[in-house]
Design a protein around this ligand. Structure first.
Ligand SMILES: CC(C)(COP(=O)(O)OP(=O)(O)OC[C@H]1O[C@@H](n2cnc3c(N)ncnc32)[C@H](O)[C@@H]1OP(=O)(O)O)[C@@H](O)C(=O)NCCC(=O)NCCS
Length: 368
């Protein structure tokens, strides 16, 4: 039986278009100094019209598969964590499954706001450890720019678009995800929410006129909540792993606000050097922020085999959670896979399947 779920691949994708604080100052009553001081954010990436949570997520997933050198047909499960899905349904994960040609995978979305990637990692880990699957892709993908009120200076300065993905693979070798914490407090759901567009408040001309399809947030309350739970969840997850905080080499936190990360560092009595921070470049990409920060840390050579890493997140719901990971890196594999070819094949396969469905419809339609 498979006992451990290792992170063997990682990938990210961010839109090319960048929106600086100075650009925002042209749009709302704000300025670069205020945004840097209060959040640490300098720029964020914004999706082009042809980009979406699925296109960014698929790109990140392919890159993660490349690092792992895992063939798309060997993926058993795709979990896409997102609060800005393509549609309410079908799941964004299904769109990604089709685009990357993961023909043997089950795919579903998970919504736990900015904590979603942590929850998704934990779900994939449990499926691997339970023996139900061997290989999973976990994706965090967001295009929050589509859900932000660009006239609301209290929210539009914070968020950005992007996607990140991990490949998780089972093995008997000890390591990988070794402990987890998952928590929610629905009593605080109204502190960070998107009121309309769901079944409680379907879209009407009035909901649109009232701006209820935009993110609404009580910044101060969320700030207070975040500083409390980041340190607590980190402490608890390290304890569950049977480790001490001093054993932890690196913390990769949700990238919402530099002051929140700083408060967590002080609460944990750990130096800021142990925290990966890249929110200055991307802003808060919600559930994508942890894998994006991980990819940049890996590319900067900050992740070494056997490093003990805590991933910790918080967000709407309210939700918060953490996992402790012993860093592995790619499993040894034989022949490099031609991913360009796999992408082309996935496109052709998808097109053929649509064509067959169309022709079947014609035949059945005529018979009917
Ligand atoms: C949003 C946030 C940056 C605001 O910072 P803050 O220090 O709490 O600021 P406040 O809300 O107390 O506002 C202070 C003043 O700045 C003003 N202000 C708010 N946004 C502003 C902006 N973009 N530019 C300039 N001034 C701004 C306010 O109107 C207020 O003015 P007032 O004192 O005249 O009323 C901060 O609360 C935060 O980061 N919260 C957590 C949000 C978060 O991370 N959400 C995602 C969770 S996953």
């Amino acid at each position: 039986m498979t006992l451990y779920a290792h992170i063997t691949g990682w990938g990210m994708s961010a839109p090319e278009k960048v929106l600086t604080n100075d650009d925002l100052a042209q749009m709302v009553d704000t300025n670069d100094e205020w945004i840097r001081d209060r959040t640490g954010i300098e720029r964020r990436h914004i999706a082009a019209p042809e980009e979406s949570s699925a296109s960014l997520g698929a790109e990140a997933a392919i890159r993660a598969l490349k690092v792992a050198n895992l063939h798309p047909r060997d993926v058993d499960l795709i979990i896409c964590s997102t609060s800005s899905p393509q549609h309410i349904f079908p799941a964004t994960a299904s769109v990604i499954q089709d685009r990357i040609g993961a023909i043997n995978a089950g795919a579903f979305d998970l919504l736990a706001a900015c904590t979603g990637f942590i929850f998704a990692m934990n779900m994939a880990t449990q499926a691997i450890r339970g023996g139900a699957i061997r290989n999973a892709i976990v994706i965090g993908a967001e295009t929050l720019s589509r859900l932000v009120d660009w006239n609301d200076r209290t929210t539009c300065i914070l968020f950005g678009d992007g996607a990140g993905a991990f490949v998780l693979q089972g093995s008997d070798e000890p390591g990988g995800v070794i402990s987890s914490v998952m928590r929610s407090d629905g009593s605080g759901g109204d502190l960070l929410c998107l009121p309309a567009g769901g079944s409680a408040m379907p879209a009407t001309p009035q909901t649109i006129a009232d701006g209820l399809h935009y993110i609404q947030m009580n910044g101060r309350e969320v700030f207070r909540f975040a500083t409390r739970v980041m340190a607590n969840a980190s402490r608890e997850v390290v304890d569950r792993a049977g480790l001490q905080l001093e054993d932890i080499d690196l913390i990769i936190p949700h990238q919402a606000n530099l002051r929140i990360i700083d408060a967590a560092a002080r609460g944990l009595k750990l130096p800021m050097e142990k925290f990966i921070v890249n929110l200055q470049e991307y802003g808060n990409t919600s559930t994508a922020s942890i894998p994006i920060a991980t990819v940049e840390a890996a590319e900067a050579g900050r992740l070494r085999r056997d490093d003990k890493i805590v991933f910790v997140g918080f967000g709407g719901g309210l939700t918060w959670g953490a996992v402790t990971v012993i860093w592995t890196g790619p499993f040894p594999s034989a022949k490099p896979i031609n991913f360009q070819q796999q992408r082309r094949l996935a496109r052709i396969r998808s097109w053929l399947r649509r064509l067959v469905r169309f022709l079947e419809g014609l035949i059945w339609g005529r018979r009917g």
